[in-house]
Design a protein around this ligand. Sequence first.
Ligand SMILES: Cc1ncc(C[n+]2csc(CCOP(=O)(O)OP(=O)(O)O)c2C)c(N)n1
Length: 271
Amino acid sequence: MKENPIRKYIRKGGLPHFFCPGCGAAQVMNYFLRAADDIQLDFDKLVAIGGVGCTARIPVYLDAEALHGIHGRTLPWATGIKLHRPELNVVIFAGDGDAAAIGGNHLIQAARRNLDVTMIVVNNLTFGMTGGQVAPTTLLDLHTTTTPYGNAEKPFDLCTLAMAAGATFVSRWNTFRPRQATKAIKKALLHRGFALVEIVSQCTTNFGRRALSTGDPCKLVQWIEDRSVTMEKAKGLSEQDISQRFVLGNFIEKVEPIFEGSSIRRPEEGG
Ligand SMILES: Cc1ncc(C[n+]2csc(CCOP(=O)(O)OP(=O)(O)O)c2C)c(N)n1
C-alpha cells in the first residue's frame, strides 16, 4: 500500500493527539503538511510554535522543533527566534482566541514590524479547548457557554486588522475549500514578511453543539460555507451583511522590508 505522503512529517512515538472526531484543526494540519511537502520545506530548519488551545497543539505532533506553552504569547517567542536565528522558518499555529483575544496586541505589533513568520489561525469562532466560551470572532446572536442569550458583540475581522497593522500577506479560506486553503498556506510559507492565513473551521464539540445545535462536522462545514463569500462577491454587500459572513480570498501580497532588529552595531562589529 502507498504510504501517506505526509506521514513522514509527523512525530514518531509522540503524544496521542486529542482532536475531536471531525475537528477542523486536524484538517488544517493536513493542509499545512501538504503545502510544506509541495515546497519541500526543510523540517530541520522549522520551528513550529503553539500557545495553548486545540489548534496550538499542532506543533507537538510535527517532527520539527516545537514550542508549546503560553496562551497568546506565540509571537514574542517567534520574534526572539527570528532575531537570533533569522535563517529558521517559524510557523505559528493559533486559535482565534489565542490570536485575536489574549494575543491580539502581539499580532498587531508583529504585523506592524513585518516579522518574517507565517501565522496560521484556525478560526473556529470560539474558545474550543476551554469549553466553548465567546471569542472576539463569534458572530452576533450566537449562543455559547458565556452568551446563553446570544452574543451581543460585533465580531472582529482578523484579516482586516492584520492588513491595517501592516501584514504583507493576508488570506482567508475555510475548511470547505481545502485546495485554496493549502495554496494560501504554500504562498504564506514562501512569503518574506508577516504572513497570516486564517482558516474558518468547525469545532464540533464546543461550538457546533451549542451555537448550532449540532456536532455533525458535515453540517458545520456546510454552515460555514453557506456564510462564506469571495472577496469579489463581497464588494456588493453592505457592511452589516459582511460582518455576519466570512469573506474569502488572498487579500494582500506585497514586498516590504522585514524586521531584523536594531540597526545599531556594537563598535567591535565596525558600525
Ligand atoms: C494565560 C492563559 N490564559 C488563559 C488560559 C486558558 N485557556 C486555555 S486555551 C484557551 C482558549 C483556546 O481557544 P483558542 O485560542 O481559540 O483555541 P482553540 O482551542 O479553539 O483551538 C484559554 C482561554 C491559559 N491557558 N493561559
